[in-house]
Design a protein around this ligand. Structure first.
Ligand SMILES: [Zn+2]
Length: 364
């Protein structure tokens, strides 16, 4: 990373010193720029006290050591529904054998860290990811939170009866004590909302719970949204004084340009994560639009690929994790992006997205 990129980086917050909010509200532009440079410098100079950390299934890793990151992928997804989902429905060793070549191919393409976005009640399995990580050396980041899309098929009964505070307590406990007795901490909050312009009460409650969890843990909130209500979620976060930069618009490739741009202007992360053969052109034009409007440093790209599906014979036919390297990157370079910008998309941006940790109550 060169000095020109450091200057370009938007405010980065670090747990011990979080000047973002104060800087954004009170300080003149020149001082804001100075602070931004200072904070980036603290990270880059290896000041361990100020280094943000990402919790992977194999333990905490300094954000700047994550390497090339695929920001949204899946190893296993089970669509059977919250009432029936269980690790009993598959054999972990069989899943690992099936997925191993896909993980190894991603590693051969240079991937060192995968953000595994399967939420609980739809097949999240931190033990599986830990075993796969041990076997391959790939780092996986798993999540806490509940998935309210697909008409709530993946929500357990308690999602309706409990308050946002009670749901947040469950997720904060996972962060504090680990998931299901494994000691594995979630590295982010994953939620999902239905596509209706008007958010359902239960979906809105999930976003409130995510905001409360973020305030307590600093975990970034990634929400499966697609063409659904993105800006409305930012409004809910604002009620809790959670900065837009703590929120990722997941599947933003399916949303309107104007909405995505508005979210980016507010400071949100834009995840263009469905890269597959037929969508390369669409991704390219969205990335170029965000670059032209000065938001490339808020873009995440990934495949939303995989996965072993327990409902299918032998787990079905997973999609691989390498099209980004085979087709997307050459197209981006051809469209004028520099190698440094590609590196930003795959290394700097995901590391920052996972560690933004903006908290107004611990700002200077
Ligand atoms: Zn996904």
């Amino acid at each position: 990373m060169g000095p020109s990129q450091i200057k370009k980086m938007p405010p980065i917050s670090i747990p011990e010193i979080a000047p973002t909010v104060v800087a954004n509200r009170l300080l003149p532009m020149t001082v804001k720029k100075w602070l931004t440079g200072l904070m980036a410098g603290l990270v880059l100079c290896g000041n361990t006290a100020a280094k943000p950390v990402v919790h992977t299934v194999s333990g905490p890793v300094a954000a700047d050591e994550l390497g090339t990151v695929l920001a949204h992928e899946h190893v296993l997804v089970d669509f059977v529904g919250a009432d029936l989902v269980s690790p009993e429905r598959y054999d972990r060793a069989e899943v690992i054998e099936k997925m191993l070549p896909f993980i190894e191919a991603a590693q051969a393409a240079g991937v060192e860290t995968m953000v595994e976005c399967t939420p609980m009640f739809i097949g999240r399995d931190s033990r599986l990811l830990a075993e796969l990580s041990e076997r391959t050396g790939m780092r996986f980041v798993t999540n806490t939170g509940l998935y309210g899309a697909v008409n709530d098929k993946f929500l357990p009964p308690y999602a309706w009866t409990e308050t946002a505070e009670q749901l947040a307590d469950r997720w904060i406990t996972e962060f504090r004590d680990g998931i299901d007795g494994t000691g594995i901490k979630p590295g982010f909050i994953k939620s999902a909302v239905d596509r209706d312009a008007e958010m359902s009460a239960v979906d809105a409650k999930l976003i409130h719970a995510a905001a409360l969890t973020h305030l307590e843990t600093g975990l970034t909130i990634a929400v499966h949204t697609g063409p659904g209500p993105g800006l409305a979620q930012l409004d809910i976060l604002a009620e809790h004084d959670v900065a837009p930069s703590a929120w990722i618009w997941v599947h933003a490739q399916g949303a309107k340009d104007a909405d995505v741009l508005e979210a980016a202007k507010r400071g949100a992360w834009i995840s263009l994560d469905g890269i597959r053969g037929r969508s390369v052109d669409q991704h390219l034009s969205r990335i170029l639009m965000l670059r032209a409007t000065g938001h490339l440093d808020q873009v995440l790209i990934s495949h939303d690929a995989g996965w072993y599906d327990p409902a299918k014979p032998n787990g079905g036919e997973p999609r691989g994790y390498t099209l980004l390297f085979e087709e997307m990157i050459p197209r981006l370079l051809g469209a004028g992006l520099s190698v440094a910008e590609i590196d930003q998309l795959l290394t700097t941006n995901p590391a920052r997205a996972l560690t933004v940790n903006v908290r107004r109550d611990n700002a200077l």
